[in-house]
Design a protein around this ligand. Structure first.
Ligand SMILES: Nc1ncnc2c1ncn2[C@@H]1O[C@H](COP(=O)(O)OP(=O)(O)OP(=O)(O)O)[C@@H](O)[C@H]1O
Ligand SMILES: [Mg+2]
Length: 415
C-alpha cells in the first residue's frame, strides 16, 4: 500500500490553482534577483481559515530557496513579539548557510545580538556578552529606546541581505504567517523597518510576504498607517478545475488515478474549499488502500465519507461548545435566516431583528464570533459562516427544521 499523499490540516505540497498568486510571488522574487534591491510593496495574502494561506506561503518559501534566497519564516502569536521572533529566525537562517564565512557571521552575530537585546529576545543578553568578549570587549553604543528597535532591525535586515548577496545568494526573503495575531508594537517595528528599506538609498536585496485572516489589513494599518499601501491579495475558494487538480495530482504522482464519477463527486461536495478536498481525498485513499496503477472509485469515496464526517463532527463540536450561549443564539439566528432567504450571506440587521435587539446590542457576540473566525463580514452589513458545513451542523444541533435544504458548502453532504 502506498503512503497517503493527502494533507488535511497540513500545508499542501501540491497546490491546486493559485496560479496568479504564484506568478506575483515569482515576479517579486525576480525583481530582487535582477535589481538587487528591496522589492516593495509588501505582499499580504488574506483569507478565512483553511483556504490555503500557509500552503501558499510555504510554496513561496520553497520557490525563494530554489532561487538562492536565504529564507526567514515567522508564525506570529498573540503572546510573542514578532520583531524579536523575526530577528531570531534570521539568525538561525544565516547560521544554516554554508556560503557565509565564519568571520563574517561572527561580526554579524554581534550586530544582531545588539538588536536582539533592544527587542528583548530571550537569551540575547548572554549571547551578546559572549560575543562582545570574543570581539575584544567593545560595549554597544547607547541608543534612544523608541527609535532603537526600528533602526536596529532595519540595519540588521539590510546587512544580512547584503551578506547573503555578497556570498553569491539572491538576497533575503521574509515570510510572516498568522499576521492577524501579531503584537501591535512588534508589527509596527517590522513594518517601519521595511518601509525605511523601501525608500533607502543603499540597496537591500529583500522581499517580504505576509499572510493572515481577513482582518489582517486592519491589523497592519492599525500598526502603521502607511501599511495601507501594501499589496492586498485575498485568497478565494478554488474553482472546479483547480479543485480537480488539487485532488488528482497527489494521487497521480503516486501512479494512482481518480475515476471520473468519484472525482466529480468530491470536487462538487468540497465546494472549492481546499481543506475538504484534502480531507475527502485522504479518507477515500485510506478506504481504497491503493497500489500503483489502482483507480479510486465512487464506492471508495462513499465509504470514506463516514470517516470524514466523524472528523468534521469533532471539529464542529469543538467550535460549537466554545461558543457562549449568546453566541450560539446568534449562530442559530443566522442559520434560520439562511434558510428563510436561501442565501449564504445574511444581514446583520436581520439577525438583530430576529433576536429582538438593536444591531448595537448584538455587536459583542458578533465581534467575538468574527475574532474566533467562526463567521466573517462580507461587506455592506452582511455576514456568513467561514467554514463550509458548520451552518448545517448548527442547524442539526439546534433542531432547526429544513436543515436538509441548506446547500453545500453551508451543509456538509450526506451520501
Ligand atoms: N491550493 C491548494 N491545493 C490543495 N490543497 C490545499 C491548497 N491550499 C490549501 N490546501 C489544503 O487545505 C488545508 C488548509 O490549508 P492551509 O493550512 O494552508 O490554510 P490556511 O489558510 O493557512 O489555514 P489557517 O487559517 O487555519 O492557518 C490543508 O489541508 C492544505 O493541505
Ligand atoms: Mg495557516
Amino acid at each position: 500500500m502506498l503512503p497517503n499523499p493527502y494533507t488535511p490540516g497540513r500545508p499542501a505540497q501540491v497546490l491546486g490553482g493559485r496560479t496568479r498568486e504564484r506568478a506575483r510571488i515569482a515576479s517579486l522574487l525576480e525583481r530582487v534577483e535582477t535589481l538587487g534591491e528591496y522589492a516593495g510593496p509588501l505582499h499580504v495574502f488574506h483569507a478565512p481559515r483553511g483556504l490555503g494561506k500557509t500552503s501558499l506561503l510555504r510554496s513561496a518559501e520553497r520557490e525563494a530557496a530554489s532561487r538562492g534566497f536565504a529564507t526567514v519564516w515567522v508564525s506570529a502569536t498573540r503572546r510573542g513579539n514578532v520583531a524579536a521572533e523575526l530577528t531570531h529566525a534570521l539568525r538561525t537562517s544565516l547560521e544554516r548557510l554554508d556560503s557565509i564565512g565564519s568571520r563574517d557571521l561572527a561580526a554579524f552575530g554581534l550586530h544582531l545580538s545588539k538588536v536582539e537585546l533592544q527587542l528583548g529576545v530571550p537569551g540575547a543578553g548572554v549571547r551578546a556578552s559572549v560575543e562582545r568578549s570574543r570581539d575584544g570587549g567593545t560595549a554597544p553604543e547607547p541608543v534612544t529606546p523608541a527609535e532603537a528597535p526600528v533602526s536596529g532591525l532595519e540595519s540588521v535586515l539590510r546587512d544580512s541581505a547584503a551578506l547573503v548577496r555578497g556570498s553569491g545568494g539572491a538576497g533575503l526573503a521574509l515570510f510572516v504567517d498568522e499576521v492577524h495575531a501579531a503584537d501591535r508594537a512588534g508589527l509596527g517595528v517590522v513594518l517601519n523597518a521595511l518601509q525605511n528599506l523601501d525608500g533607502a538609498s543603499s540597496a537591500a536585496p529583500l522581499a517580504a510576504m505576509f499572510a493572515g485572516l481577513p482582518n489582517t489589513p486592519e491589523v497592519i494599518i492599525d500598526a502603521a498607517t502607511f501599511g495601507e499601501r501594501s499589496q492586498w491579495l485575498p485568497l478565494d475558494r478554488l474553482d472546479d478545475d483547480d479543485s480537480a487538480v488539487a485532488l488528482v495530482r497527489p494521487a497521480a504522482d503516486a501512479g494512482v488515478d481518480w475515476d471520473h464519477a468519484a472525482r466529480r463527486r468530491v470536487v462538487s461536495d468540497a465546494a472549492g474549499y481546499p481543506y475538504f478536498l484534502q480531507l475527502l481525498g485522504s479518507t477515500t485513499w485510506d478506504v481504497a488502500a491503493p497500489d500503483p496503477g489502482a483507480v479510486l472509485e465512487l464506492d471508495h469515496v462513499r465509504a470514506g465519507y463516514r470517516d470524514a464526517r466523524e472528523q468534521l463532527g469533532s471539529l464542529f463540536r469543538a467550535r460549537w461548545s466554545k461558543a457562549s450561549p449568546g453566541q450560539q443564539e446568534f449562530l442559530v439566528a443566522m442559520v434560520e435566516l439562511m434558510l428563510e432567504h436561501g442565501t449564504d450571506d445574511v444581514e446583520r440587521a436581520g439577525v438583530a431583528r430576529r433576536l429582538g435587539r438593536t444591531t448595537r446590542e448584538i455587536s459583542v457576540p458578533r465581534d467575538r464570533l468574527i475574532a474566533q473566525d467562526v463567521i466573517e463580514p462580507t461587506g455592506r452589513g452582511l455576514l456568513r459562516f467561514t467554514m463550509p458545513g458548520f451552518a448545517g451542523f448548527v442547524a442539526e444541533e439546534a433542531g432547526i427544521d429544513g436543515a436538509e435544504r441548506l446547500q453545500a458548502p453551508a451543509r456538509f453532504p450526506e451520501l
